[in-house]
Design a protein around this ligand. Sequence first.
Ligand code: NI
Length: 137
Amino acid sequence: MPKVYVTRREVFSSAHRLFNSDWNENQNEEIFGKCNNFYGHGHNYILEVTVFGEPNPETGYVIDLKILKDIIREKAKNHLDHKHLNFDVDYFKTHNPTAENIAIYIWKLLENEIPSGKLYSVKIYETENNYAEYRGE
Ligand code: NI
């Protein structure tokens, strides 16, 4: 049976600061540069969530994208949008809030919430040119 991949895009804005508390100021500055700014800085993140599966013969949908939109907003976006990730989200008290770790976190929030098809990937664009993609491995 044919498998199809469908994607929903959402946008959210968050602040973060990249640092490793085991390192001194110089090491943090050297590795993270401007992303180490003490009070943080913001990004307009683009999130792309891809689900795959066989289209339902009655609807032709892998998953109704309206339903996927609501799940992404309720389970992920609302916890991140207009937040300072280091302070407002417990996961990022122990994980540096890089695009990589944000993708993994969103995967964890969504993986058991998809009612039809299977979660395939979570992509986080931090800038126009940089993104991280997690596929659950
Ligand atoms: Ni940043």
